[in-house]
Design a protein around this ligand. Sequence first.
Ligand SMILES: Nc1ncnc2c1ncn2[C@@H]1O[C@H](COP(=O)(O)OP(=O)(O)OP(=O)(O)O)[C@@H](O)[C@H]1O
Ligand SMILES: [Mg+2]
Length: 624
Amino acid sequence: MMRKNEKQPSQHQEASGGRPTDQRAGRPSQPVDSDRLQEPVYDRRLLRRLLRYGRPYALHIALAIGLIILAAFLDILGPYLTKIAVDRYIVPGNYEGLSVLVALYVGVLVASFSVRYIQVLLTQFIGQNIIYDLRQQIFNHLQRLHQQFFDRNPVGRLMTRVTSDVESLNQMFTQGIVMIFGDIFLILGIVGMMLSISTHLALWTFAVLPLLFFASFLFRKKVRAAYSQIRYWLARINAFLQERISGMSIVQLFNREAKDFQKFRDINWQHTRAYIKTIFYYALFYPAVELISATALAIIIFRGGWLIQTGGVTLGIVIAFIQYARMFFRPISDLSEKYNILQSAFASSERIFKLLDVQPAIVSPPDAFRKESLEGRIEFDNVSFAYQEELVLREVSFRIEPGMRVGVVGHTGAGKTTLIRLIGRFYDVQSGSVRVDGVDVRRWDLANLRRHMAIVLQDPFLFSGTVLENIRLGRREIPEERVKAVARLLNAHRFIEQLPGGYHFRIQERGTNLSMGQRQLISLVRALVGEPRILLLDEATANIDSESEALIQDALKQALKNRTALVIAHRLSTIQHMDQILVFHKGRLREAGTHQQLLKQRGIYFRLYQLQFQSPVAMKQSVS
Ligand SMILES: Nc1ncnc2c1ncn2[C@@H]1O[C@H](COP(=O)(O)OP(=O)(O)OP(=O)(O)O)[C@@H](O)[C@H]1O
Ligand SMILES: [Mg+2]
């Protein structure tokens, strides 16, 4: 039931992407999704790749393993000392020798404590460093990925990769690998010790082992399944929360609280149920181990007591055996848990590696074209483009000469914003070519190309930070004076000055404490302080009041000077005076010309213009 709608891409589809070429770009990349229920993963390749992250800390790891083996050795030594104490000193009544032995025993305990202390510090140090490295690597990788990847992978899921998946790898390095060495050594040591002290009694004790192995086997199997369900539902919770919290205003506007509450309750309940299931197994397993271990104790006491009578073993041996039996069962039951940690780490690492294996589809070619100063010519040559299967642009051709100002109109979904995305090469075209200064954007050095252009998007995005930081956006070389000059030119200076703290006013995440118009003005300033040769503007005048609009209109006039500009507008007043207007309809370029020429044609533009007189918003819905 849970697998419904969870049709998955084949395991390594993303990884096999190969070279980033343009024919790849159009192909929908599959989501990096393995939040589904997982089969157990045994993959030597995976393990080898994981261990590679430990390589920089190889010395530390070796030391940690050495320490934990030493600790196990000390643990095994303790009961042996009690055996000697009983047999050699207590039973014969030699109390002088006993005090020396007790001192030795205390010494062993203190040494064991110190060794474990250092070992825990060391393994945590290793684990934390490894996850630090891994997080850096994942974030770095995410930053290089193409837009289409983010279109297809929900933020909540990617967050899970960087947080809880990485965390479970930490567990593997700190509690898994190192501890397993310790446990195995401890088990072997105890078995060896028991056999060498009294083979007979040892074999009697081991009689309960099959029972223990069977219980561990069952436990491992059940818990693993439950664990993968927990992970699955946790990822669902994350994805759900991420989306609903960012869309809270819509949830409230449409009174969806009750429905979403229900939905969340379902997911949350599934998660709880999966968790309770594991707790059920834990609650059963550990007491069962206790029971088995008690049975072993009973055997030791019963059989040992009898053997003491017949002279087969000494009292000291029985006391040592009782202690060993207690120590013996803990690592065996722990191993079952460690196994689960490893399993979950494998599952996490598989998801992480799958993400890391996604090849960035939009990258600069090896011999990339670079240019210090741009003329600013933009050409679309028979361009067809689809985000998925359906063509969004069809055989579009036009040419914008350096310094020209071009307006783009067309109703909603016509493909206007897509034009801008193609010029900035956020997506690659399926056929035809987009050229800047006569060079195909796919041949340009990406960073260089984008440095020459400024893009102001429909939905301006501001980061948390000051106004100044948002305008500079890391370009520290831009002096504050220049920022202010540009802001003045664009009529943004006055309102910024009036904010508490002026240019140091703290903007909240996504700019929620500013109005839409203010956000647009700030992103316009941000675009223009870099002196871009090309300005791509996406309806900077939508959804704002007429006073702000007048300000922005005036700002635009300034902004368009001395550069090639492509302005998408829903209000024809914005673009009436442009050198050329392109009219798009259902992905095709249908008309082109100046305002006057287009009016004379009495085509789509003419109708848009008429509608605009009736009502400025009507235009978006209209026309056929
Ligand atoms: N990231 C995307 N993934 C898939 N399809 C998309 C994506 N972005 C846009 N589309 C589709 O492409 C088509 C054109 O979108 P585009 O954003 O270019 O329209 P637009 O002309 O800018 O519209 P508007 O005036 O509403 O801004 C739409 O049909 C839309 O559904
Ligand atoms: Mg748009």
